[in-house]
Design a protein around this ligand. Structure first.
Ligand code: PLP
Length: 459
């Protein structure tokens, strides 16, 4: 062994030092040992490569501590969404209301009556905790909550149309992000896809003719969600489809995706179909997400006719995609806001959507003043989450002219609380709309070094 290598202490020697005790205290013995071993082995490698390295207990412990810190930092952590995309699927979609967060905390803490009927002292159903809220809000006969809307659609097709035909317009064979494609979900459910019409135009007769010729178990209607077709287009109304389905004694299932309970047109956006409208138009079942325009936790919700939901609940897949207690707690707290009528004050995504241009401008100007840098310019936020394609909300952005926007963006992403921003016209754009008020302080603290480093000025 070279004399250099002999200078490296053994793990045993290191373990006798107080610094080791401190690490073991914080991180436990096995991981501390692992960190020390990895550090020593890295030192050895460097020495053998002829590099000059400092070999002191301080250096070894500092390196081990860094390793342990990384290993013990959860990979999943909060970020600041300065993109202006309200329902950003990659950033976890909807932030939850305070009461939804409290409900999660409350229920997660101990036991609960998840599947226990307190009145009768016997087994109950987990779904019962949200059924009443959902039926009251939507006027549906019954409801079921599952893991997400993809699961809701898959389960519905599997339970009601396996090995039978499902009619759908060609214009509705959609793909949502993350690999949800209607034809593939259909295949997975073992339902047979029967496309009608053309890419741009489908008429009621197309459905009628297919029903007469081939028969079917269901008509599926899917919301376009993330795209728009314009020009020479046609699709029958939902009520026309309902009339047709009912004349042929089959159900109409509407996958509306986003699942708004309130009219988006109130906020200067296009009108997104609501759950209530879809049911009122005659859909027998409506499937939607919990974490899109509902503003709640990830969930898939099916509302509609009781006799159909009974069948769906009995399907084995229902057990595989059921919602957990934490989801149900957050979902019912979210739904209560709609019942009470305070969604705009209480549910973060509605707060964000409803924020006035004036307030957004004031916030951007405040950021500019505090940082003493950048310029405030008008721009646009979007709703995202597979809803309202092409629709924008006017906002005000803080724009920063940095030397390398890509590098700065990367630097922002690697802060202790990562900041996600966007580049436009070679500048970094920060949209106050999606930055929670309680995150503003952190955002500005994190931005400060960038301002100094880049020598940015207010313009
Ligand atoms: C978003 C969406 C889905 C998938 O919902 P998840 O809750 O993300 O699983 C399915 N169908 C439509 C029409 C959608 O917009």
């Amino acid at each position: 062994m070279s004399p250099e290598l002999r200078r490296i202490p053994s793990v045993d020697q290191l373990l006798h030092l107080p610094a080791a005790t401190a690490l073991i205290e914080s991180f436990g013995r096995p991981m501390t040992l692992k960190a020390l071993r990895e550090t020593l082995s890295a030192l050895r490698t460097s020495l053998m490569q002829g590099q000059t390295v400092e070999i002191t207990p301080e250096v070894i412990f500092a390196h081990s501590q860094t390793l342990l810190n990384t290993w013990f930092t959860p990979s999943l952590r909060p970020v600041i969404n300065a993109t202006g995309v309200v329902l950003h699927t990659n950033l976890g979609r909807a932030p939850l209301s305070q009461s939804a967060r409290q409900a999660i905390f409350h229920i997660a803490q101990g036991y609960c009556n998840l599947e226990y009927n307190l009145d009768k002292g016997e087994r109950g159903t987990r779904n019962s905790h949200v059924t009443q809220l959902l039926t009251q809000l939507t006027n549906a006969e019954d409801a079921l909550v599952v893991n997400n809307n993809a699961a809701a659609v898959l389960l519905t097709l599997s339970a009601l149309a396996a090995r039978r035909k499902v009619l759908i317009a060609r214009s509705q064979l959609i793909e949502i992000g993350g690999g949800f494609r209607i034809p593939e979900v259909m295949r997975q459910s073992k339902a047979h896809l029967l496309e009608v019409g053309t890419t741009n135009r489908t008429r009621a007769e197309d459905y009628e003719n297919a029903l007469r010729e081939f028969g079917a178990a269901m008509i599926l209607h899917a919301h376009h969600s993330n795209f728009r077709i314009v020009g020479f287009t046609e699709e029958p109304t939902l009520s026309a489809l309902a009339e047709l389905a009912h004349r042929h004694q089959i159900p109409l299932v509407d996958d509306i995706g986003s699942g708004a309970l309130v009219d988006t047109a109130r906020y200067g956006l296009a009108h997104e179909p609501t759950v209530q409208e879809s049911l009122a138009a005659g859909a027998d079942l409506v499937c939607f997400s919990g974490d899109k325009l509902l503003g709640g936790p990830q969930a898939g919700i099916i509302v509609g006719k009781k006799y159909l939901l009974e069948k769906i609940k009995r399907h084995p897949l229902a057990r595989a995609v059921r919602a957990d207690k934490v989801t149900l707690a957050a979902l019912s707290a979210t739904l209560l806001h709609y019942l009470k009528g305070d969604w705009e004050q209480a549910i973060p995504i509605w707060q964000m959507i409803a924020q006035s241009e004036k307030v957004l401008r004031e916030r951007a100007i405040r950021w500019q003043t505090i940082l003493g840098a950048g310029s405030v310019i008008p721009g646009y936020s979007t709703v995202g989450g597979g809803s309202l394609p092409g629709e924008v909300l006017p906002t005000h952005l803080l724009s920063l002219s940095v030397k390398s926007p890509t590098q700065a963006l990367k630097w922002l992403r690697t802060r202790p609380t990562p900041i996600i921003a966007r580049i436009e016209n070679d500048q970094i754009m920060l949209d106050p709309r999606t930055v929670l008020l309680e995150q503003e302080r952190t955002l500005l603290d994190e931005l400060h070094p960038l301002v100094i480093q880049e020598g940015l000025q207010q313009v």
